[in-house]
Write a protein that binds this ligand. Structure first.
Ligand code: NAP
Length: 277
């Protein structure tokens, strides 16, 4: 008699108790009546490789990877997608039947799918994008925007050399603007994105001057606690099209779930409500 194998997935981080990913994947598993589970995994850096090599032997079909392991995992994976290579980090792992680890990065996909869903008329080619912040999330977003044909990217970061490094890597399409002049990026931008942690509950407020906001702009903040950040409130007041950051988290989970459990899940209002509870 052959026993049914229950496919498992999880999210690996340190710490991990804050992660909302288990709630999302478990909602999808229930909703589609699938056998399986998705668990939070608290793993220290020294143990990462051992854990990853063991997981396929325990019934895991894959995992998400979050802070602080997104770059470390690149040195462990056996195969890496082009987009993860470009970003230099992975957030989604697929364990092949032979135990090999395939690493992908779906953050840029999640960002694009969220903006497309929240602002259906959005055309990334319509004009420059202004990005606040040059951390890990900004890298994934720059790769995705460049791929979508955005003509120019204005980039401003408190620590300027980090923005300069991204410019050196991603080329002439990126123009670095000093942090004290970050508000000037709004002069002719059509897409405006906060990728810093400013404005998040527990972090300082996002205080960049926002008088340059105009109604023809699509404005998004990848911070989603609170859902309506100061940037989004000001953008709404200025008549911009506004997209909150929760959908990025939801959409980035779609490709992994599909690969692990065999169904491409929907990102809809039901899921948003489950996540906001
Ligand atoms: P990260 O690599 O640590 O980058 C943090 C960014 O925030 C850097 O640009 C940093 O500037 C800037 N920053 C932090 N404190 C600042 C301050 N006091 N003043 C000015 N700038 C400051 O983090 P990340 O992974 O890119 O994530 C950034 C934010 O996005 C986090 O809040 C994270 O939760 C959120 N996020 C959301 C999603 C989603 O699905 N919605 C996905 C990924 C990340 P410096 O370089 O000067 O330090």
């Amino acid at each position: 008699m052959s026993a049914k194998i229950i496919p498992l997935a999880g999210v690996i981080g340190y710490p991990i108790s804050h992660s909302k990913s288990p709630r999302m994947h478990r909602h999808w598993l229930r909703r589609y009546g699938l056998l399986g589970d998705y668990v939070p995994l608290h793993v220290q850096e020294d143990n990462l490789e051992t854990v990853l090599r063991t997981m396929p032997k325990m019934g895991f079909v894959g995992a998400n990877v979050t802070i602080p392991h997104k770059t470390n995992v690149m040195a462990i994976a056996d195969q890496i997608s082009d987009r993860a290579t470009l970003v230099g980090a992975a957030n989604t792992l697929i364990f092949k039947e032979d135990g090999k680890i395939y690493a992908d990065n779906t953050d840029g996909y999640g960002f694009m799918a969220n903006v497309r869903q929240g602002a259906p008329g959005w055309n990334p080619k319509a004009g420059p994008a202004a990005i606040f912040g040059a951390g890990g999330a900004a890298r994934a977003i720059i790769v995705a925007l460049a791929d979508a044909g955005v003509p120019e990217i204005y980039l401003s970061n408190r620590t300027r050399p980090k923005a300069e490094a991204l410019r050196a890597e991603f080329g002439a399409r990126v123009t670095v603007v000093d942090w004290v002049q970050a508000g000037n990026m709004l002069d002719d931008a059509k897409t405006v994105i906060n990728t810093t942690s400013l404005g998040m509950v527990g972090s300082p407020e996002f205080r960049v001057p926002l008088d340059g906001l105009k109604p023809d702009m699509v404005v998004t903040d990848i911070v989603y606690t609170p859902l309506k950040t100061r940037l989004l409130q000001e953008a709404e007041r200025a008549g911009c099209t506004v997209v909150d950051g929760l959908g990025m988290l939801l959409h980035q989970g779609v490709p992994g779930f599909e690969r692990w459990f065999g169904i491409r899940p929907d990102v809809d209002e039901d899921l948003r409500q489950v996540m906001l509870r």
